[in-house]
Ligand binder design. Structure first.
Ligand code: UDP
Length: 493
């Protein structure tokens, strides 16, 4: 690999929703002149993501992995538990977080081998030890949270105002309140908020508090979004962070030129061509794509309601069922209830990992039934596809608010509160099939409202594809980021 001068060290959190955009970012940075990129991650994650980098490396891009041994046994974890979506049971979450912290030592032991010395660390919000690491080595740490400025600002204002605590003074968790200091009137209930504000039964408060402390001290923040999507929120967030905020997304669009998009984050569980042929056989804007990301584990009765809702919508659909859902009872239901037989002419079920970006980019897809993870949300925006929003946990209700209320490109199924990961079985059916069907029908409707929504989504999709080109805002922000880091390094030397 060429030894270019500006060496960026990227340290993702080991989980698909956090690693996938950072791998995209690595490729994007490595394409800039005089930039070298190293991604520090663990062996199984290197195996998992290597395919997405192969073409780039072959074409001579200066990007590589640095392997950090994963301390599974030291942390009391089974072998192979090297990613947030591979944690077999929720009581192992504290062990997983302890293992993540131990990676600091592993990096320390290998740091001297990095040549040239990194000029900057870009690391995930939840790799909070990287703040101290960067300080020790006198280089700036830029935080990547994988979220929008809308989300960053909401969370910041929730932290500083503690407005959600009114709930503790006698009001209920489901009592709406307004988040102060935002450009729009945005309301939540406490039980829709991320675990920082509405904790799950697994205590991760210390881990999250450290992440918050190290976030506040970070030199700057890089955002997978684009200014035109949420300009007022970008402006406000920049004020908070002394201007050091760079929106360089959508990262999923960064390498459509040379790498099979179907390999993002995993090898797809189906033949991509077969899926494309199926999509080709349907009319433009007619297909619903239903996928809930990498971590959501909907309980079986709720999954059945979702299936029935898709069926009753009468639209053709692609439904991604993750292996964690593939309990015997789901397979039995699919086969024995007659569901698969009834919808066989208009379903394409993917058991496992879908080539999501490829699917969303197909002109037949007219609606994305999504859990509102930020990557999925932005991928939908980039493809100009309106969303049917069904948030589950973390920041997903915040993303829903942006999509439905601020941008006007989504229809909510009306989920009212979080179902934290691992707590799915505490709830039965929260959203009935009729409600799912109604939301799909509203999103796919070709009346005035539906057409307006579709038009806005398509317009945003066009803008998203332009901002990453020369002259676009994200393209410029990437240049400004690199210039800022160079300037910082020159001032130190
Ligand atoms: N993804 C995919 N195929 C799947 C499920 C997910 O390609 O079957 C990708 C998706 O395109 C996105 C990421 O995995 O880039 C999921 O990130 P998101 O933030 O949407 O959700 P999370 O998995 O973090 O909840």
């Amino acid at each position: 690999m060429a030894t270019n001068k500006l060496h960026f060290l990227l340290i993702p959190l080991i989980g698909p929703g956090h690693s996938i955009p950072m791998i995209d970012m690595a490729k994007l940075l490595a394409k800039q002149s005089n930039v070298t990129v190293t991604i520090a991650t663990t062996p199984l994650n290197i195996t998992r993501y290597h395919a997405t980098l192969t073409e780039s490396i072959k074409s001579g891009l200066p990007v590589r992995f640095l392997e950090l041994p994963f301390p599974a046994a030291e942390a009391g974890l089974p072998e192979g538990c090297e990613s947030t979506d591979k944690i077999p049971s929720m009581d192992l979450v504290p062990n997983f977080l302890a293992a993540v912290d131990k990676l600091q030592q592993k990096l320390e032991e290998r740091y001297e081998t990095l040549n040239p010395r990194p000029i900057c660390i870009i690391s995930d919000k939840y790799m909070s030890w990287t703040g101290e690491f960067a300080n020790n080595h006198h280089i700036p740490r830029i935080m990547f949270d994988g979220m929008s400025c809308f989300n960053e600002l909401c969370c910041n204002n929730l932290y500083t105002s503690k407005v959600f605590e009114v709930c503790m003074t006698g009001l209920h968790d489901s009592q709406p309140f307004v988040v102060p200091g935002l450009p729009d009137r945005i309301e939540f209930t406490r039980n829709q908020l991320p675990p920082e504000f509405y904790p799950s039964s697994i205590d991760t408060s210390e881990f999250r508090q450290r992440a918050r402390d190290s976030e506040v001290r970070a030199y700057g923040v890089v955002i997978n979004s684009f200014e035109e999507l949420e300009q007022e929120y970008v402006n406000e967030y920049k004020k908070l962070r002394r201007g050091k905020v760079w929106c360089i997304g959508p990262l999923s669009l960064c390498d459509s030129d040379n790498s099979p998009q179907s390999r993002r984050g995993n090898i797809a569980s189906i033949d991509e061509q077969q899926c494309l042929n199926w999509l080709d056989s349907h009319k433009p804007d007619s297909v619903i794509y239903a996928c809930f990301g990498s971590l959501v584990r909907i309980n079986t009765p709720q999954l059945i309601e979702l299936g029935l809702g898709l069926e009753a919508s009468n639209h053709p659909f692609i439904w991604v069922i993750k292996s964690v859902h593939r309990e015997k009872e789901v397979e039995e239901w699919l086969a024995e209830s007659g569901f698969e037989e009834r919808v066989k002419d208009r379903e394409f079920i993917i058991r496992g990992w879908a080539p999501q970006v490829v699917i969303l980019s197909h002109p037949s897809v007219g609606g994305f039934l999504t859990h509102c993870g930020w990557n999925s949300t932005l991928e939908s925006v980039s493809a100009g596809v309106p969303m049917i929003t069904w948030p589950q946990f973390s920041e997903q209700f915040i993303n829903e608010k942006l999509v439905v209320q601020v941008l006007g490109i989504g229809v909510s199924v009306g989920a009212d509160s979080v179902v934290h990961v691992g707590e799915e079985d505490r709830f039965g059916v929260k959203v009935k099939s009729e409600t799912v069907t109604k939301a799909i029908e509203k999103a796919m409707d070709d009346g005035i409202e539906g057409n307006e929504r579709r038009k806005r989504a398509k317009e945003l999709g066009i803008i998203a594809n332009n901002v990453i080109k020369e002259g676009g805002s994200s393209h410029l922000n990437l240049t400004l980021l690199i210039q800022d880091i160079m300037h910082h390094a020159n001032n130190l030397s």
